[in-house]
Design a binder for this molecule. Sequence first.
Ligand SMILES: *Cc1c(COP(=O)(O)O)cnc(C)c1O
Length: 391
Amino acid sequence: MEDQYRFPLENYMSQEQFERIERFASDKETPCLIVDLDIVKKKYAQLRALLPYAEVYYAVKANPMDEVVSTLRDLGSSFDVATRYELDQLLRLGVSPDRMSYGNTIKKEKDIAYFYEKGIRLYATDSTADVEKIARAAPGSRVFFRILTEGLGADWPLSRKFGCHPDETRRLVLRAKDLGLEPYGISFHVGSQQRDIGQWSTALTTTGGIFKWAREEHGIELQMVNMGGGFPSNYLEPTNTIEAYAEDIKNYLLNNFDGRWPRVVIEPGRSMAGDCGVIVTEIVNIARKSLHDLYPWVFLDIGKFGGLIETLDEAIKYPIFFKGSGKQVDVILAGPTCDSMDILYEKTTYMMPTSARIGDRAFILTTGAYTQSYSSVYFNGFPPLKAYVLE
Ligand SMILES: *Cc1c(COP(=O)(O)O)cnc(C)c1O
């Protein structure tokens, strides 16, 4: 059979699985996201097997579909919750408050009060004003302090928006204690789709130092290391295997806590949900800007506003499969809205078989995370991305 894809499909899924998804989507309007819950289950089991000492707090924002959350709830996962809306959803789905943390460092005091009233006792923080809000609205709760990371090596860095420097963290630990909170641990996020495992080493060294300082100088026993997300999904750019992440991270933990094993938490979002999704899209138009234009423009019925915002700066490179045969040509891929920033890939080379026609379907793989939850509500009148659970 002719290799009709630039990237071998078997790097992402079996031919059989692909055909199953294609068949399932055949009577559905495009664009749509098809989610395979079996893959979510596999990812959870894999993380539990490779990091058996770590508790999983799934980052709900990556894919908040009820079915995904319920699947993880049944497997025993806990949840990193960012807003009262996510909290309401989880309570509606029967997740108990002791399996949730309020992981957003940006929160209104009245929202903290709401979380407290609903029974949540574990809060992230990274500033004095926020510690004071928590002390007032969630008295006596456990707080963990987020340290700043630079996000180097990450395809979707979280930049300097979150966390604070170790000096400031130390001040916050003491302030929290003074205000009657329980200084409980340290957290960080090394940046999403982090391809440099060494970033965990840097963060865990800083974390270990703060643990030691708290114990030796203030008699405060911090207990939890929250290593955040950053674990990879299977996009075009290669990453180490999850096994390699697990092995290296275990060594960093062994090296930085003087043999006292802390309570370890991870908050996977992307790595839990990314690989489970496929977006089915249709080619709306193929256009050349001039007679001999080298790179035809291929317009899909989904773009940045329909759920592919992580193509900003071409940061996340999704594997995209066009059906068809014949020679492969380089194309520019763009979305369907009337906004000129709605281009998916112009610099990254994507190829399409010459036999592909307007009206054909294409398949955007590894789109289970940060797609539907990122899609705009009605820009240009396009409805938000529809999602279905694969049956
Ligand atoms: C978004 C987020 C995560 C998930 O990160 P991934 O890289 O998608 O795994 C984890 N923790 C916090 C606090 C987050 O904001």
